[in-house]
Design a protein around this ligand. Structure first.
Ligand SMILES: CC(C)(COP(=O)(O)OP(=O)(O)OC[C@H]1O[C@@H](n2cnc3c(N)ncnc32)[C@H](O)[C@@H]1OP(=O)(O)O)[C@@H](O)C(=O)NCCC(=O)NCCS
Length: 331
């Protein structure tokens, strides 16, 4: 049975406040040259007082506007995040309230930086069991809420932002730019979990009233090991989805990887023989915004005219858990 899903309304929002590498030099023992050469990041956007749902709300409004939909046309909300406003209520319920919608399912999915790709697959499933569904998929992260800005191994990398889209198994109006989700491959391996963690406050690391948070409240990362697994897993899942769709690197018009680190992106693209001009990179401007990274890159690529009708895009991500995944979208 044919199960086509369409994706439209590519949108993103980042907080106004910009933190440059020079700004970070004043906070922690680092320097602009080291950050650029090791990560490719020149600046990132960080919140002042906004929460996950505030960023998500702004990105979602744009996605609705770009698909000519009203909030009440939405049938499901999925939020991909590991930094929700609160554990309960979930971020999707808070976003729903901000959008003025009631009575539809609203859920969060936590697959760290792979959350958006996981969300696409969940949205496809919902469209399959509920034909006519219009799923708002929004990935939003205030990663800095779980970063110790004095820890230079993480504070130079992570940042805040949100990206949104609408997924449906019905085509959108002709004047609404959209793509067809052709395939999704998802993976996870819990044995690698200890390499990238945020433990504090979880039920295995419960806190008591008055307790001061420890280092484990913030992102803890074995950078070098994460780097190796990121390259391997993004390569493997990209090759798997290409092979099972009988594609070669020449068939991919645009490669949109998780914006974790320019060296990871270049290493994956090189092994896969993807030409430089087909790789979309904006890590220099936004840093690593976790689950929001891929939809921000997708929307940014769209706004910059990098996506043309007929193009085949390969989106791939990797994150804590570990989780990883890829999707193919034909525009
Ligand atoms: C974090 C990362 C940028 C560090 O780069 P690296 O090349 O592995 O650097 P290392 O940790 O080996 O450190 C190299 C040197 O730089 C120093 N260093 C580490 N962080 C630094 C910083 N922010 N500024 C300046 N120097 C730094 C180290 O102390 C070390 O110094 P030494 O050689 O004198 O001992 C890199 O490992 C990485 O990107 N990993 C993947 C992270 C990631 O993408 N996570 C998200 C996945 S979703």
């Amino acid at each position: 049975m044919k199960n086509s899903s369409y994706i439209a309304g590519f949108s993103f929002y980042v907080p106004e406040s910009v933190l440059t590498n020079k700004d970070l030099e004043k906070l922690v023992d680092t320097n602009d040259e080291w950050i650029i050469s090791r990560t490719g990041i020149r600046q990132r956007h960080i919140v002042s007082h906004q929460a996950c749902s505030d960023l998500a709300y702004e990105a979602s409004l744009k996605a609705l506007e770009r698909t000519c939909l009203k909030p009440e046309d939405i049938t499901h909300i999925i939020t991909a995040t590991f930094t929700p406003d609160t554990y309960v209520p979930n971020a999707a319920c808070i976003i729903m309230e901000k959008l003025g919608i009631r009575g539809i399912p609203a859920m969060d999915v936590n697959a760290a930086c792979t959350g958006f790709i996981y969300g696409i697959e969940l949205a496809r499933g919902l469209c399959y069991v509920s034909p006519g569904a219009k799923v708002l998929l929004v990935a939003s992260e205030v990663v800095t809420s779980r970063i110790n800005m004095k820890d230079r191994s993480t504070s130079v990398i992570f940042a805040d932002g949100a990206g949104a889209c609408i997924i449906s198994n019905q085509t959108f109006d002709d004047d609404v730019p959209s793509g067809c989700v052709q395939d999704v491959v998802l993976k996870a391996d819990g044995s690698l979990g200890p390499l990238l963690t945020v433990k504090g406050g979880g039920s295995a690391h419960a806190m008591v009233p008055g307790q001061v948070v420890g280092d484990d409240f913030f992102v803890q990362m074995e950078g070098r090991e994460v780097f190796k697994h990121a390259v391997r897993s993004m390569r493997d899942v990209s090759l798997e989805i290409m092979n099972r769709n009988s594609l070669t690197a020449d068939d991919i018009d645009l490669f949109i990887p998780h914006q974790a680190n320019i060296r990871i992106i270049e290493a994956v693209a090189k092994i896969m023989n993807i030409k430089d001009e087909k790789i979309f990179v904006n890590v220099q401007d936004y840093g690593n915004t976790s689950a929001a990274s891929v939809p921000i890159a997708l929307a940014d690529a769209w706004e910059k005219g990098r996506i043309k009708p007929g193009y085949l895009a390969l989106l791939v991500a990797f994150g804590g858990g570990f989780t990883w995944g890829a999707t193919l979208i034909r525009f």
